[in-house]
Design a protein around this ligand. Structure first.
Ligand SMILES: [Zn+2]
Length: 471
């Protein structure tokens, strides 16, 4: 029997205003080479200065992932030449990264699993190379932007497990607001490593896989690689320690280069940056950035609001949705109703219109108002859906819309009773059929009254009155 060992190296771009060692703007999608200066372009004699926001966000991630925080984080130069790195070295961390020995808890195959974090370090990102025909273009806007690297221990066994870990991690960093987690745009990137060996014999020879720009590709590449290595092993072949690339068109991994070992980079301390020593004041700022994480929030939603696991799962997937939900409940909406409306009716409209909850005419206040009008019987269910559509279309409060459009339920008993009498008199055959035990004409009679009132009659009351009178 074989055993497989999977580890991940996850890179996330931190959402800071400026780059990590200079004042240039840190923003995706700007005109190429407009956010550059002598520091991030590596001119001789310039001095880097650490961006405190970048290191604060880094410590927030390290704390959240249960790491031991370094009391003295050291920056080192990692030396290598590549056109996207104009300095010919990258400022990174090696001997004393800011966080170590943490963990992420996930659930895989119905069981809780703990994946250990080896270390977390802060470094600067490289520029971007764009290959066009027979030339390569360079955009240095990304050079020097803050990049956080999270390295796990090889604690996972299957591609599916790595995929779950990535999804869980992505949700976490989005909750923390430190990174948008967009793997397609490259603000979150992942390299995977995998080795196999005979059971009980420890780690095998490590193969690294790059070019994985979705969590699904991570899963597919790892499972492909495990199968490839097992077959090779079975035939008595030798697994080479190497870096391979995922070919997403052919669904295979292909060799890229043999892996340099760490000393090839000739790390040495960055002489222009002192070690970072987090003081009490800084650590208090880090604590302020911690938030209730999705898993904890889900458990609380189930317990506090009596929601199903599925409903809670939906609500906590995005922090904005969970916040919106709690705000709606705080404003008086019944927890179950608010959850159901968000999960079904509201989501349907958002998907159809390609909108986000955070950026649409529906506010928590408006949803709470709509649900209270419904709960008080001032409108009935079908009209409530109409009102929701109108809120999106006209950007007005539900109460105002109902008044303007005359959508209040007709629930005045004497008014309804008169309508019921009319309907009974005009449909004697239907009445006889109901008396004889056929329930179908009852629906027909309700329909007649709804038609007459333009849908405003409260259908429940109409039905009750009909039954009473026919009896
Ligand atoms: Zn710069």
């Amino acid at each position: 029997m074989y055993q497989s060992f999977i580890g991940l190296e996850i890179h996330i771009q931190l959402l800071t205003e400026s780059k990590v060692f200079c004042g240039c703007t840190n923003r995706f999608g700007d005109e190429p080479n407009t956010n550059v200066c002598p520091v991030c372009m590596g001119y001789p004699g310039v001095l880097p200065a650490l961006n405190e926001e970048a290191i604060r966000l880094s410590y927030i991630v390290a704390r959240t992932l249960n790491c031991e925080l370094s009391p003295r984080a050291i920056f080192e130069r990692k030396n290598y030449f590549y056109p996207d790195m104009p300095k010919n070295y990258q400022i990174s961390q090696f001997s004393s990264p800011l966080g170590r020995n943490g963990w992420i808890d996930i659930e895989y195959a119905g069981k809780p699993r703990r994946v250990r974090i080896h270390e977390i370090h802060l470094e600067e990102d490289a520029g971007k190379m764009i290959h066009a025909g027979d030339m390569s273009l360079l955009d240095y806007n990304r050079a020097g932007t803050p990049l956080l690297e999270i390295v796990t221990e090889p604690d996972m066994e299957a591609g599916e497990e790595a995929e779950i870990l990535l999804q869980n991690f992505r949700r976490t960093i989005r909750y923390l607001g430190v990174c948008d987690g967009n793997m397609e745009e490259g603000s979150m990137r992942c390299d995977a490593n995998v080795s196999i060996n005979l059971e009980g014999q420890g780690l095998g020879r490590k193969v690294e896989i790059k070019n994985l720009n979705s969590s699904r590709f991570v899963k597919m590449a790892l499972n492909y690689e495990i199968t490839r290595q097992k077959e090779l092993f079975g035939k008595g072949g030798k697994i080479v320690q190497e870096t391979r690339l995922w070919n997403e068109n052919r669904d295979v991994t292909e060799p890229m280069r043999t892996k340099e070992s760490a000393h090839d980079y000739r790390y040495f301390p960055e002489p222009d940056l002192p070690p970072f020593i987090p003081g009490a004041e800084f650590l208090a700022k880090v604590d302020k950035g911690l938030v209730e994480l999705p898993e904890a929030r889900k458990a609380r939603f189930v317990k506090e609001y009596g929601l199903s696991a599925a409903a809670a799962d939906f609500l906590v997937a995005e922090k904005a949705t969970a916040d919106f939900y709690e705000q709606t409940v705080k404003l008086g909406a019944a927890p179950a109703a608010a959850a159901a409306w968000l999960q079904f009716d509201v989501r349907k409209i958002l998907n159809r219109d390609g909108k986000e909850l955070a950026d649409c005419p529906l506010t928590a206040g408006r949803l709470a108002q709509l649900l209270s009008l419904l709960a008080d019987g001032r409108i009935h269910g079908k009209i409530a859906k109409q009102v929701l559509e109108a809120v999106f279309a006209e950007d007005k409060d539900p109460g105002q819309l109902i008044k303007e459009k005359g959508w209040q339920s007709m629930s005045d008993m004497s008014q309804l009773a008169a309508l019921v009498d009319q309907a009974l008199a005009a449909n004697a055959a239907a009445v006889d059929a109901v008396k004889a035990g056929d329930r179908k004409p009852l629906g027909f009679l309700v329909g007649q009254i709804m038609k007459q009132t333009g849908g405003m009659a409260e259908p429940r009351l109409v039905q009750e009155l009909l039954k009473q009178k026919i009896k």
